[in-house]
Design a binder for this molecule. Structure first.
Ligand code: SF4
Length: 165
């Protein structure tokens, strides 16, 4: 049985920067949990950050690849550099995925760690730009297929296909 890595906040864990969760509440995810398929992980907690914590964004005009290559930082609104926590968390997520043989992940959109299609633009003005978080990028670079919380049906289709291979 293929395992699925899932963002901890989507499973109701209060690990977001603001101390809240974002439970996905989807029957397919509930079934995956009952099947023992889910590997629940929060990269930012694994990277040593606490709850609550300041929000953080990738610097303007940089992307996740830049951060992982040491060319850009992840900062709080006060300018504190939290890059090392985010990179450590991404590596932890990858190691966890590899330990469990994960080939597919369901991640929380827009996070500087877990976002897949868009992230905040680094100005803390609430504006989003196309891009991905550092964990999503690292997982994808290592062959894990990633979906967000609005793509559960597509994730389930892909999982079925992977299990038939
Ligand atoms: Fe959720 Fe990922 Fe942020 Fe953790 S790092 S709170 S799992 S979006």
């Amino acid at each position: 049985m293929r395992k699925v890595l899932v963002s901890a906040c989507l499973m109701g864990r209060r690990v977001r920067y603001d101390g809240r969760a974002k439970p996905v509440g989807d029957d397919t995810v509930t079934r995956w949990r009952e099947e023992g398929r889910l590997v629940v992980h929060c990269p930012e907690i694994a990277g040593g950050l606490s709850v609550p914590r300041p929000p953080a964004e990738i610097e303007p005009d940089a992307d996740a690849a830049d951060v992982l290559a040491g060319r850009a930082r992840i900062l709080t609104p006060e300018g504190a550099d939290v890059t090392d926590h985010f990179v450590s968390g991404a590596r932890s997520a990858l190691a966890t995925a590899q330990t469990h043989g994960v080939v597919l992940a369901l991640l929380k959109e827009s996070s500087p760690s877990c976002g897949l299609h868009e992230v905040y633009d680094g100005t803390f003005q609430g504006r989003k730009v196309p891009g991905e978080g550092v964990t999503a990028h690292l997982l994808r670079e290592h062959g894990v297929v990633v979906f967000n919380e609005n793509e559960v049906a597509q994730a389930a289709d892909r999982l079925r296909g992977l299990e038939q291979d």
